[in-house]
Design a protein. Sequence first.
Length: 327
Amino acid sequence: MKTVAFFNNKGGVGKTSLVYHLAWMFADHGVKTLAVDLDPQANLTAMFLDEERLEDLWPDDEHPNTVYGAIRPILRGIGDIASPHVEKINPNLGLIAGDLGLSRFEDKLSDAWPRCQLGDESAFRTMTAFHRLVQRDADFGAELVLIDVGPNLGAINRSALIASDQVCLPLAPDLFSLQGLKNLGPTLREWRSVWSGLLTKAPSGLPMPKGTMQPLGYIVMQHGILDTRPVKAYKRWMDRIPSVYREAVLNERIQSMPVVAEDPYCLSLLKHYRSLMPMAMEARKPIFFLKSADGAIGAHIEAVRSCYQDFQKLAAKIAINADIAFT
Ligand SMILES: Nc1ncnc2c1ncn2[C@@H]1O[C@H](COP(=O)(O)OP(=O)(O)O)[C@@H](O)[C@H]1O
Ligand SMILES: [Mg+2]
């Protein structure tokens, strides 16, 4: 099983939409894919499920079938994680549903981090709750786990990243995204190095994530670009991405910098799909599965086809890097 997180501390860059579309694409290629919504805003869950189902998952009291329900025994200090409920979207696609209540886990996770230093077993159980949750999905048997997180460098995200073998960084060619990358890169490196130190203090018998969080590359979300923005400004940020990525995330410098389109770390230059995105959300399916009955007519038909190819190419690149068979 491979776990890949999609992470950027800048919100609104299209991260959740990306995880949603990739999950459908991998599943369409026969890869058993589990999407995990670790953003307490639960946008990914709202994309997958209709309101009726959401109401069932989020009643007034306990939420046994969401991620919050699964970690609740830890939060209450009355035991370990419960087996997670996997919402079956189709035979190859499952979802661990998100929950607004997950935000209550933030403080508990903040508190557990320094206590791991003391070798405290309950702190390690808390820190690894997400990792162990994903590992426990015995019935579904995911080959690939895609994790969506919220836009911050908080304790929930630290724990989600520790549970991840690899990380993809979606970003937009603008000042905010590049500033975000400058914060995020060193933070990732710090989490990785502190966790590898903490592992030496871990109690035996508890499955521990390695916390490799290896950067797979970045995805440039072109929808951040307004048509009215001058091409020069766009190009200026675009040209900086390869060097900022190398310095901030990989901590390396090279002499001659490639342009984004030729940068091996650029996994995709993702298009703005315009009205197709709201159409897809309305139909509760990815853009590339829209049909004429959903409103995809005329020029949309070609756009839907090319969207399939865009995501297929991106999924193939991620699969190679994550060592997942994808044909
Ligand atoms: N490639 C795209 N083309 C068109 N609209 C997009 C695209 N990606 C995201 N959006 C829209 O942009 C908004 C933010 O996207 P979202 O995936 O929620 O971002 P994030 O998870 O980074 O906050 C949403 O309204 C979404 O529908
Ligand atoms: Mg999101």
